[in-house]
Ligand binder design. Structure first.
Ligand code: F0G
Length: 443
């Protein structure tokens, strides 16, 4: 196991405390000697571990430890994350024009988002490196998760959050788990730049997804989803895109399974962004144009979106760090990128709710994107799709209540106010405290 630069291919020891390639500032990957494994032996071993009472076997991350950074059992900081539900969603399928649709609900993790999968490996690595303090910039979920895992490991946690732009559910978690919450005047992109600067000039261990050990945990989303399907591939996996760590990680997971012979090809990865925070969608259009014209794509660079705008605050990101890895994942999987409007996100979220599942706004871009792509003819209604719900419905109750009350609104870049048309509203029924009034109301 070692670290390798995605860009210049330089290799480094896995115990080097570096976040980017010291040679060219490229993103780093953790790489394994995958040719030492036989696919069936791996899956048999991983399947057997599901019956074990040991925490590291029960964890839906550490169960797959042959393909994870080395860590002794006593070093692993786990909250038995993973093991999240795959749920059939018939109303959502019908809404999107699909025959069937399955959600994998990563909001069912210990702190209510997929970040726990990356934080168990990230904090474990921090402990192995002897770190006493950890830090991250966050739109909320990373900070909630890091705060919890740091508390479990007895480390100090510093979270850099954009002022007034994260949901209260997430902020309350970071406070409750004892993190020092630094509210930065600025947006997520400012917080991200600052935490990187501070980590470079202090002993703070950086736990954003630029840290390759975080993504190692998140790649197990691919492993667990297949294990739950007896190692049978879906046609497509749809995932929200913000900082693009998760889509990169899931692609890496499938690619390693391919290298180990567990699967014979990769499912199509589809990344969905919000229209007001869609730098990766724009980059993808340019990438496709160049490919069509037979031109090279090596010198393509993501152009950040200044002042990213979406009510799905989790993905309100204009300058995503992991875009080169996300492009690689789309190349590996013959993938696609879509983007959706605020109205489409809000309606899709309400429909997911009607399936009795629920999710936070950023997760609902998946259903909105699938619907849009089915309508455009780029998704076949017979495809087997797994859509990733990234966060729990209780993370952002203000958004949900405002939608159902018809008061969900946002201001565009020119300050003009837009009210979401709550097509699937289920407004609160206000009644006087009388039996007759209640009987009338429930008639
Ligand atoms: N969905 C939710 C609920 C998220 O919290 C995030 C990212 C994403 C999707 C996008 O994932 O960044 O890997 O592309 N949240 C980060 C945070 C940025 O700070 O909690 P991504």
């Amino acid at each position: 196991m070692l670290l390798r630069c995605l860009n210049c291919r330089s290799e480094y020891s896995a115990s080097a405390q570096i976040y980017l390639c010291p040679n060219c500032e490229g993103l780093l990957d953790v790489v394994y000697e995958t040719d030492q494994f036989r696919g069936e032996e791996l899956t048999d071993l991983w399947d057997r571990r599901r019956a074990s009472p040991q925490a590291i076997d029960q964890s839906g991350v550490w169960r797959f430890r042959e393909l994870l950074p080395e860590a002794g059992e006593s070093e692993v900081v786990t909250m038995i994350e993973g093991n999240t539900q795959m749920l059939d969603a018939p109303r959502s399928a019908e809404y999107a024009g699909m025959n069937r649709l399955v959600f994998k609900h990563l909001g069912m993790n210990p702190t209510g988002s997929f970040k726990d999968l990356g934080m168990t490996t990230g904090i474990t690595q921090a402990r192995r490196m002897g770190a006493e303090s950890v830090a991250c910039a966050s739109t909320g979920n990373t900070s909630a998760s890091m705060a919890a895992y740091a508390a479990r490991a007895g480390m100090r946690a510093f979270v850099f959050i954009p002022s007034g732009q994260i949901s209260l559910g997430k902020l309350s978690q970071a406070l409750d788990y004892g993190a020092v919450a630094l509210q930065i005047t600025g947006d997520f992109d400012d917080a991200m730049r600052l935490v990187r600067e501070v980590a470079n000039s202090s002993t703070l261990y950086l736990l954003n997804s630029v840290n390759p050990f975080r993504l190692e945990g998140q790649k197990t989303i691919a492993f667990e989803m297949l294990q739950q399907r007896k190692w049978r591939l879906p046609d497509r996996v749809v995932v929200p895109g913000g900082n693009l760590g998760n889509s990169s990680a899931i692609a890496k997971g499938f690619h390693e399974l391919l290298e180990c012979g567990v699967i014979g090809k990769m499912p199509k990865l589809t990344v969905v962004q919000a229209e007001g925070a869609n730098p990766f969608y724009r980059l993808w259009l340019e990438y496709c144009d160049r490919k069509r014209a037979g031109q090279g794509t090596d010198d393509l660079k993501l152009a950040p979106v200044a002042g990213a705008l979406t009510l799905a605050t989790a993905i309100k990101i204009g300058s995503p760090v992991s875009w080169p890895k996300a492009i690689r994942g789309l190349e590996w999987s013959n993938g696609e990128v879509e983007c959706v409007s605020e109205q489409e996100i809000a309606d899709a979220k309400a429909i997911i709710g009607r399936d009795g599942i629920g999710c936070e706004p950023a997760s609902a871009v998946t259903l909105a994107g699938i619907k849009k792509m089915v309508a455009a003819g780029s998704i076949d209604p017979d495809e087997e799709i797994i859509a990733i719900l990234t966060g729990h419905v209780l993370k952002d109750p203000d958004y949900t209540v405002n939608y159902h009350e018809g008061t969900l609104s946002y201001n565009n870049k020119n300050g003009e106010k837009f009210v979401i048309d709550s097509k699937y509203a289920n407004a609160l029924v206000r009644v006087p405290a009388s039996r007759d009034a209640i009987l009338k109301a429930i008639e």
